[in-house]
Design a protein around this ligand. Structure first.
Ligand code: ATP
Ligand code: MG
Length: 385
């Protein structure tokens, strides 16, 4: 349900007061209230003030207001366009500096930002984060992450986000046939005002039913993304989305990936049954543990599984000293077709072997009991291997 926003108008100039009152009444889900209502439900969320060109008077007005209504956002309407004045007023704690005449669209956006902030502030983080990282380039982390996001959205009908944390060379957008207008950079550049509106605004809605946060378009921009940004983004995403899938750069860990891993319920290390990939998986897991990632949340998954390869599952489990969590089948032609169409396979061909396997995989991560020992592939006589 949309939160109703209480707005108090404290405008000294009569014609401006009338004009703004009409503009405010035109907004959706707002209530005009008085500044000092004794009823708690009618306390203002926003106070709109007009500028009096006397610094001492303005200072006192704002100090009194912020003292009596500390949670309230103050919008100042002014005809003074000088940057110095804007900076001065922002320093005094106003939330918005609105130029006179106030444009309806600008006012609407400012009110919606306050609404989004208030809506998110009371929310409890409930979203589950699942990260995917390949132990070697090209082993399939992105294919698995993208299709898992589709499967989670289809299976649960809950809100799902896919974050491309392959920050230098993100290619999940290619698999979704998207040229994103917004990316994670839009958030990082405005991190001081991160709220639900900014997060959702940076996401691209996909036809596959989930929201997508794209990696920077310019390769060099990845350097501007800091661990603190990732921490804040994931923390808020957990309040907004039920499931967050994170696609990471292969065999590479930095402070940003560590933040994503630490926020994750599970970190899936993707390998295949080749000696170099398994050796790298072992080194990668050691490195992850060394930088403080909880070993219990790391799970090994094997992609492109073919029976009778050089390495057996037992060999791999012995080397990695952990049980393999899941096996994804080799389904090259279907996956290549889906990549060429820019449509995830689960959506394009739900009956394809890889698609039905992914549906079972997300079932296992959401509700392990329902799948039991099954790990994605059946052996002779339909027995789970
Ligand atoms: N289960 C599978 N069966 C057959 N081919 C697969 C499978 N999964 C992935 N592939 C192939 O592997 C290629 C690489 O996959 P993907 O881009 O997901 O790997 P990655 O680990 O994310 O690589 P990068 O290091 O570039 O991030 C895909 O283009 C696809 O052709
Ligand atoms: Mg990838």
């Amino acid at each position: 349900m949309t939160r109703v926003i209480n707005i108090a108008l404290e405008i000294t100039e009569k014609s401006l007061s009338q004009e703004l009152s009409l503009q405010v009444q035109d907004l959706n889900d707002i209530r005009i209230v008085s500044l000092n209502s004794p009823d708690k439900n009618l306390r203002p969320d926003i106070v709109i003030l007009d500028d009096v060109n006397d610094p001492a008077v303005m200072f006192n007005r704002l100090r009194k207001l912020c003292g009596s209504l500390p949670q309230c956002a103050v919008f100042l309407v002014s005809s003074d366009r000088s940057p110095q004045r804007i900076v001065e007023m922002m320093k005094l704690g106003i939330a918005e500096y609105l130029m006179e005449p106030v444009e309806q669209e600008v006012l609407h956006k400012a009110v919606e930002e306050v609404r989004a902030r208030l809506e998110s502030s009371g929310k409890v983080a409930h979203g589950s984060v699942y990260s995917f990282i390949s132990s070697k380039g090209g082993l399939g982390a992105t294919v698995i992450a993208v299709n898992s996001a589709v499967a989670l959205a289809e299976r649960s009908r809950e809100e799902v986000a896919l974050c491309d944390m392959s920050l230098q060379s993100g290619d999940a957008s290619v698999m979704l046939d998207l040229i994103p207008e917004n990316t994670i950079m839009d958030i990082c550049e405005n991190i001081h005002r991160l709220d639900v509106a900014l997060l959702r605004g940076a996401m691209v809605k996909t036809a596959a039913g989930f929201d997508f946060l794209a990696a920077p378009l310019k390769q060099e921009d990845y350097q501007s993304i800091k661990a603190q940004h990732v921490k804040q983004i994931v923390r808020l995403a957990k309040k907004v989305y039920d499931h967050i899938v994170v696609d990471c750069t292969s065999m590479f860990i930095n402070e940003c990936t560590v933040e994503a891993f630490n926020a994750s319920e599970k970190v899936f290390v993707v390998t295949d049954l080749s000696v170099p990939a398994v050796r790298n998986a072992s080194r990668l897991i050691q490195l992850m543990c060394k930088v403080g990632v909880d070993s219990n949340k790391i799970e090994v998954v094997v992609n492109r599984y073919i029976k009778g390869g050089i390495l057996s599952l037992e060999d791999v489990e012995k080397t990695l000293k952990r049980r393999i969590f899941w096996l994804f089948p080799n389904d090259f032609s279907d996956i290549v077709t889906s990549i060429n169409h820019g449509v995830p396979l689960v959506q394009l061909q739900p009956q394809a072997p890889f698609s039905s396997n992914i549906m079972q995989f997300v079932k296992k991560i959401q509700d392990p009991q329902s799948v039991g020992d099954y790990r994605g592939i059946r052996g002779k006589f339909g027995k789970a291997i």
